[in-house]
Design a protein around this ligand. Structure first.
Ligand code: ZN
Length: 350
């Protein structure tokens, strides 16, 4: 790895980001002017107030030089790092790009449709927590050819992470390798990382081997029989955990349910966005957006969904999930669904 030192900063062309980037005080930045040229973002700079107004279509963000505060539409937001001026060039943290030009960012050839919903909750989605299901002693579902859920979902989650990071979104994963993480630890991890949304990734299995498709779940107590049966299977991992935890879990679940209710509406919107984008991009049968009482979604104080990316019990489903190209496409589609929700939740209803 070569680094060219200019004024104390390394300037390197980035593989995953479309503009020049450089590291300033430990964080990655890009020159705003490149985004304006390449993506048709207009800008207006007032040297007196040092405020920059960036506009693209209906989206608008105001930045202040040397500040990490910004205004997105009409909502004040906090950037992870301040905007800086260096030798007459304004450098912004990578996340700024996602606020203006990222809708089409993660998916090649599968741009989500324009969104005409109005956000009820203005909440920037800066940190995404991905939760690859199972791991370690808990393999999850196993296909007829031996494909294990824990391996497939880890690989897909890694690829979703890469796609989102390309758009300047910070991503944390509850597990980065093949290890057992108790279900109750997963939402707590999201809390520690100050996650804005939580997406648990699984692959399904059914006794009926002909069933194939894609499903998205949000937390709900009102469940249909299939969703209840699935929740029982995914929750089976609880039995692998400490017995004394189960006792405190049932007590805490009541409290968590109350907190979760506030997020249910947003969770449903996130589930719909993911379902819409994935089913259209992947040309997959959408088996519905459903509520189910997944333990992993309980205790989450942020919009949280669980996706089942396919059926390992189905011959075709397992064959597809064995294919690294298919997994990459699936990951891009999931990332695009997340970006669609991000745009939705950050669109000022003015
Ligand atoms: Zn699972």
């Amino acid at each position: 790895m070569f680094a060219l030192w200019l004024g104390g900063c390394a300037t390197t062309p980035s593989q995953k980001f479309p503009y020049t980037t450089q590291v300033i005080s430990g964080a990655e930045y890009f020159p705003l002017v490149e985004m304006c040229r390449a993506d048709g973002v207009t800008w207006d700079y007032d040297p007196l107030s040092r405020i920059i107004v960036l506009k693209k279509d209906a989206k608008e963000i105001e930045l202040l030089i040397d500040s990490d505060r910004a205004i997105l539409g009409v909502a004040p937001i906090q950037l992870k790092n301040p905007v800086v001026l260096q030798d007459g060039v304004v450098w912004a943290p990578l996340e700024v790009r996602a606020y203006l030009v990222s809708v089409a960012c993660p998916v090649k050839g599968g741009i989500p449709a324009q969104d005409d919903r109005r956000a009820v909750f203005l909440r920037p989605v800066r940190v995404v927590v991905l939760d690859p299901g199972h791991g370690g002693k808990d393999p999850g579902a196993i296909g007829k050819n031996g494909l294990r859920e824990k391996d497939v979902v880890l690989d897909v989650a890694r690829k979703v992470k890469t796609a989102l990071e390309r758009c300047g979104v910070a991503v944390y994963m509850t597990r980065e390798d093949d290890r057992f993480i108790p279900l109750h630890e997963r939402p707590r991890f999201a809390e520690r990382k100050k996650g804005d949304i939580f997406v648990s990734i699984h692959a399904n299995a059914n006794r009926s081997r002909w069933i194939e498709g894609f499903e998205v779940y949000y937390l709900s107590e009102a469940v249909d029989d299939n969703a209840r049966a699935l929740a029982a299977v995914e929750n089976a991992s609880l039995e692998l955990e400490e017995a004394n935890f189960l006792e405190s879990f049932s007590l805490k679940a009541i409290l968590w349910d109350l907190i979760q209710t506030e997020n249910r509406r947003e969770s449903i919107e996130l589930a719909r966005d993911l379902g819409d984008v994935v089913s259209s991009v992947m040309n997959l049968k959408m088996r519905g957006v459903k509520g189910a009482g997944f333990a992993v979604l309980k205790g989450s104080y942020i919009p949280s969904v669980l996706v089942e990316i396919g059926y390992l019990s189905n011959k075709d489903g397992e064959r597809k999930l064995e294919d690294p190209h298919y997994r990459a496409r699936m990951a891009e589609a999931i990332a695009a669904g997340i970006m669609k929700f991000k745009m939705y939740s950050e669109t000022a209803s003015s």
